[in-house]
Design a protein around this ligand. Structure first.
Ligand code: CA
Length: 275
């Protein structure tokens, strides 16, 4: 019985010399990254494996980063067909540097068997924010829920291109037809603020009047209490600006009661300003 469990030797060992097991090459694109040390900013690269040989293979690439840099994945496994021309297989990798990461160059390493590929990540501190600057940019966003195809950071990432509405440029909640939803941003220390701009999805294909936010309250967190400072009702525009008496806030959120399609809440970007 035990003998039946012995694996047969690989077929190629019984039929003469095998074809050479071709080299698998690794690549990163771009080959190096610049990154700003804020919780909702990230950089990304495509990690690629290519089978240049004549036998299909499974391959595992391991990914690691020098502390305190973090990566969205630590392994990339794939079947690599042997075809002509060679067929690269890629995956996106997100890279983040927490606030207060000392400026400098950090190593991200891609490794496979005896090969190692180094991706240098140059980390910079964010520029100081002055009067009128967007205080939400790159800061820690939060939400009642986030759809699996989106990122909670998408609404504070600085990307306001509605034509790029997809997995990484906006925030979309995960509770279809259920309201309210909320979306907000927390500051590292209290900020004096008097204006919140909400950009909701508004592209030629998906206009705000059909897919954007309709009704919401703007709230600020002051002394640990949420306070409503402005309301928007019946919105059909891609940009809604709420102004209110200057207040010192630890965080800002919008509480969304309705969207124009009655299904999802969609925020392209939320900007917060003050003196
Ligand atoms: Ca965005």
């Amino acid at each position: 019985m035990v003998a039946a469990l012995v694996m047969a030797p690989p077929a190629n060992s019984a039929s003469g010399p095998s074809k050479p097991k071709g080299q698998i090459t690794m690549a990163a694109n771009p080959a190096e990254l610049d990154l700003i040390a804020l919780p909702c900013f990230s950089g990304s690269f495509q990690a690629t494996m290519t089978n240049t040989g004549q036998q299909a293979q499974f391959a595992d690439m391991t990914l690691s980063a020098q502390e305190p840099i973090t990566l969205s994945r630590d392994i990339f496994s794939s079947y690599l067909p042997a075809v002509d021309p060679d067929q690269p297989v890629s995956t996106p990798v997100e890279v983040r540097a927490p606030r207060d990461t000392p400026p400098g160059t950090y190593d991200v390493l891609l490794a496979m068997e005896k090969q190692t590929l180094r991706v240098p990540v140059r980390v910079q501190q964010p520029p100081a924010k002055g009067p009128g600057d967007n205080l939400a940019l790159g800061e820690q966003a939060f939400a009642s829920s986030t759809h699996g195809n989106f990122s909670v950071c998408g609404g504070v990432d600085g990307n306001k291109n509605h034509d790029q509405w997809d997995t990484h440029t906006g925030w979309n909640d995960a509770t279809a037809t259920v309201f309210p939803d909320n979306y907000g941003v927390r500051f590292p220390e209290p900020k004096r603020i008097d204006q919140v701009e909400v950009l909701t999805l508004d592209s030629a294909k998906s206009p705000a009047a059909r897919f954007g936010l309709k009704d919401w309250d703007v709230q600020v967190l002051a002394d640990g209490q949420w306070q409503t400072v402005a309301q928007v009702r019946g919105n059909t525009s891609g940009l809604a600006t709420s102004r209110f008496a200057a207040t010192t806030a630890e965080a800002v959120q919008i509480v969304i009661y309705a969207s124009n399609d009655a299904r999802y809440s969609r925020v392209m970007e939320m900007e917060v300003r003050g003196g």
